[in-house]
Design a protein around this ligand. Structure first.
Ligand code: C5P
Length: 235
């Protein structure tokens, strides 16, 4: 049976939140935000081990305030991240057991992932090498130059807003990260690294509620989702 490992990057500075406490550790219904993503991975029969990536010096805090508090048993390591998300994921990769076949990467600040999507993304990575969940763009997406003049309008029918989880064959993701380092390529999600190698990435339908908590308004949305679903409903 394939061995599946998860990396949960949570080493961002959270500057866009503009609050004293880092957003990863803000509590939602009494649970630290990071705890939701970790609990989803913990509860997945598919995932065998989890590596959490946190900011420098936060390892003990994360261990006490999140891992022990929630009684998580699949945490193989809590490691320090880097200055960019890509660096953090790479540090996580280095900490996974070398016999892992499939790696799932899921943002620590996406609390509302459902298990069905996780299973589908992993299955697609086993089949195609790399997969991500994403939702169809509801608005038309345009590209601009630095002066905010539109340079291109993307056809809405095939425009997707990419989320996590993303899943990969372990060797493919490792190769993609190493090549990016050699080429000084910096991207904001891991599938872009596979794309840069010319590899195919399969899209799996995500969920609009699988939001990334980035700014204070997102916290209001998150509270509303919890109120509607009930925390138990989410887990
Ligand atoms: O910055 P972005 O919104 O893409 O962050 C997505 C996830 O990556 C968050 O969970 C954040 O904590 C994490 N991250 C990280 N290391 C960084 C930057 C972001 O682990 N240097």
């Amino acid at each position: 049976m394939a061995r599946i490992g998860a990396i949960v990057p949570a080493a961002g500075s959270g500057l866009r939140m503009g609050m004293g406490t880092k957003k990863q550790y803000l509590t939602l219904a009494g649970v630290p935000l990071l705890g939701y993503a970790l609990k989803t991975m913990e509860d997945s029969p598919t995932v065998q081990e989890i590596v959490v990536v946190v900011g420098p010096g936060e390892e003990n805090y994360c261990c006490d305030a999140v891992v022990k508090k929630l009684g998580l048993n699949k945490i193989a390591a809590i490691v320090q991240g880097g200055s960019e998300r890509q660096d953090s994921v790479y540090n996580g990769l280095l900490a996974l057991s070398p016999d892992i076949d499939i790696v799932v990467v899921h943002d620590g600040v996406r609390p509302f992932l459902n298990q069905d999507i996780l299973v589908e993304v992993v299955a697609a990575a086993q089949k195609y090498g790399a997969a991500t969940c994403a939702v169809p763009a509801k608005d038309t997406v345009k590209l601009s130059d630095e002066d905010k003049f539109v340079t291109r309008t993307l056809p809405r029918d095939c425009t997707w807003l990419v989320q996590t989880p993303q899943a990969f064959r372990y060797k493919l993701l490792m190769t993609a990260h190493r090549r990016a380092q050699e080429d000084n390529l910096l991207v904001t999600d891991d599938t872009a690294l596979v794309e840069s190698l010319g590899g195919q990435v399969k899209i799996i339908m995500g969920a609009y509620e699988n939001i990334k908590i980035t700014t204070p308004e997102d916290l209001d949305v998150a509270r509303a989702i919890i109120e509607t679903a009930g925390q138990g409903g989410l887990w």
